[in-house]
Design a protein around this ligand. Structure first.
Ligand code: TXA
Ligand code: MG
Length: 351
């Protein structure tokens, strides 16, 4: 029932893209690759189509969707105005892994924004994504194409795993290049706030628009979560993930100790480590997520690593922590949410 079409380039595979466009225009669901993660697309200006997304994902309907556009000039139609800072960020980072929150125009249904007066917009940096968006009418609502709560899909096989029979089509464009969702910036407040960290870092944003602050932290630390998605457990594997922070050898010792305990109780254990530290753990438990020399490799490997532990039926996953600078901020943000905030901190200087 769910057709999968391989698309390598937009010229040779135009037929598949047109087919995706027809499905979207008639109110259906099509998953497609972007540079960040696979998206689950529907016509954003068609309330009924957007509603199908929530059903396919099992996502609470007050969690708003991002509208994806293919051309900068298409932005004006869906927002009340384009502030100077939005203009500056769009010209610096679009197409790319950056989502802007702006005040919505009346043509954007509340079914897409989760009842909010604001709308999230992004122009993705993948030709295939933009071709699908264009073919589908130009305004495509697309959350990550996973079942709500699970790690986002970074390849078509993972989309198929979650969405078989629930959507009309999957455009298979291979592996994504970044592997973590876009940075979200709220421009309806002053100073602007980062609601979700991603590949476009705080310093990159600051260089373009000046002052910007971290917002929408976590439940309980402020009156209400700014990005409504933050209320729910996110990005999580089936097994219980625990993060261990500290000096590398102490971390490995602790992880191996915990792993021995759990195995003695009959549980299956997995360890998430890097090229640098993998030798410290038993071969049959460890999975290398990437190298500490290159944050991007870790970002790219994170969700697939978590999902592969699920494939193996792992009950407990122990992960090393990563430095929270640059892209590391986004990596730790997702890892901490996937762990449901289960962190063991071995560092002393913690106040
Ligand atoms: O990289 C990405 O952004 C991917 C690809 C497919 O483009 N999409 C994605 O969508 O991550 P999703 O739905 O999984 O995450 C969207 C986030 C949610 O946390 C949602 O709450 C927030 O954006 N969001 C959307 N509209 C918002 C709004 N008007 N105000 C505040 N947060 C909003
Ligand atoms: Mg998501």
């Amino acid at each position: 029932k769910t057709i999968v079409k391989k698309v390598n380039d937009i010229i040779h595979d135009k037929e598949a893209i047109d087919e995706a466009g027809e499905i979207l225009k008639s109110g259906g669901l099509v998953a497609f690759p972007t540079e960040t993660v696979y998206g689950l697309g529907a016509d954003a200006l068609n309330e009924e189509a957007a509603a199908k997304i929530y059903e396919a994902k099992g996502r609470p309907s007050d969690n708003p969707l991002i509208i994806h556009i293919a051309k900068l000039e298409d932005l004006a139609k869906i927002v009340t105005e384009i502030p100077e800072k939005a203009e500056a960020l769009a010209s610096a980072f679009w197409p790319g892994p950056l989502t802007l929150i702006l005040n919505k125009a009346s043509c954007v249904p509340y079914g897409t924004t989760g009842g909010l007066e604001t709308v999230a917009v992004r122009m993705p940096d993948w030709e295939i994504a933009r071709a699908v968006i264009e073919a589908g009418g130009g305004y495509i609502a697309a959350p990550s194409a996973n079942t709500s709560g699970k790690p986002s899909p970074t390849n078509a096989a993972r989309v198929l795993e979650d969405m078989t029979g629930k959507i009309e089509m999957i455009v298979d464009g291979g592996e994504v290049s970044i592997g973590l969702e876009s940075t979200i910036v709220d421009l309806t407040v002053e100073p602007p706030q980062i609601l979700r960290p991603g590949a476009i870092t705080k310093s990159m944003l600051r260089n373009t628009i000046g002052e910007i602050i971290d917002g929408g932290k976590e439940i309980g630390t402020q009156s209400g979560p700014k990005a409504p998605g933050m209320k729910y457990k996110h990005y999580a594997p089936r097994g219980q993930l625990v993060i261990i922070k500290g000096e590398p050898r102490a971390v490995a010792e602790k992880i191996n100790e915990l792993a021995r305990e759990k195995r003695a109780q009959g549980f299956t254990v997995g360890v998430l480590a890097t090229t640098e530290s993998a030798y410290l753990y038993p071969d049959e438990q460890v999975r290398i997520i990437g190298t500490r020399q290159d944050d991007a490799s870790i970002a790219k490997g994170l969700y697939e690593s978590l999902r592969s532990f699920d494939d193996m039926g792992v009950d407990y996953i122990y992960s090393e922590a990563f430095a929270e600078k640059g892209m590391g901020k986004a990596i730790m943000n997702r890892l901490v949410k996937a762990a449901g905030h289960a962190i063991i901190n071995l560092t002393k200087e913690d106040k």
